[in-house]
Design a protein around this ligand. Structure first.
Ligand SMILES: [Fe+2]
Ligand SMILES: [Fe+2]
Length: 188
């Protein structure tokens, strides 16, 4: 994969895929007549993913500081399970339903869908690591063993995931929303 497409390395959309993103800066989205309810709903899902991940990072930091409550393990399990489930199905809907309808709209940015598809695959690997790191902490908590080392690893994993997910969501939004505004596709 080209470096400019690599989720782990890139700093944003490659310039040649920013034709529509530059035409429709983020600040113009909400007031545009083609900004649909479905687009608002989809962006809200991204906000929700960011919020849940922030809560998980904050809770693990509190745990490492010795300030977490007795419900840390239960909430870690519940919120991480919810996050993994929801993100997995969100990617599935994008891969199978939204992206195939958006890709043919504009040949100039069609390759952005290869980039987004690559992101989903890269995120699958990160999701797997997040699940493993979470389970290591839950096992330590359940067996009454010290969970400090595994919690430190989990925090690093959660923080890394936050960076990758944020990069993906920002770039995905700058591909999809400008396409909606330019073409007002009838997405079912
Ligand atoms: Fe995505
Ligand atoms: Fe998404």
């Amino acid at each position: 994969m080209e470096t400019e497409f690599d989720l782990n390395l890139r700093q944003g959309l490659p310039p040649h895929l920013r034709v529509l993103a530059d035409k429709f800066p983020r600040t113009t989205w909400q007031g545009h007549p083609n900004f649909s309810q479905l687009t608002a709903f989809w962006l809200d899902r991204h906000v929700m993913f960011r919020q849940v991940l922030t809560k998980l990072v904050d809770d693990t930091q509190l745990h490492l500081d010795g300030k977490s409550g007795p419900r840390y393990g239960a909430e870690l399990s519940r919120y991480t399970g919810f996050f993994l489930d929801q993100l997995h199905s969100h990617h599935g809907i994008e891969d199978h339903h939204y992206f195939p309808q958006f890709k043919p709209l504009d040949a100039r940015v069609a390759r952005a869908f290869d980039l987004l598809d690559g992101d989903h695959h890269a995120l699958d690997g990160h999701l797997h690591h997040l699940a493993e790191a979470t389970n290591a902490v839950l096992r330590a908590l359940q067996s009454g063993q010290p969970s400090r080392d595994s919690a430190a690893q989990l925090l690093a994993c959660q923080e890394g995931f936050t960076r990758f997910l944020d990069r993906h969501l920002c770039d995905e939004e700058e591909v999809i929303v400008p396409l909606v505004l330019e073409y007002a596709p009838d997405i079912g």
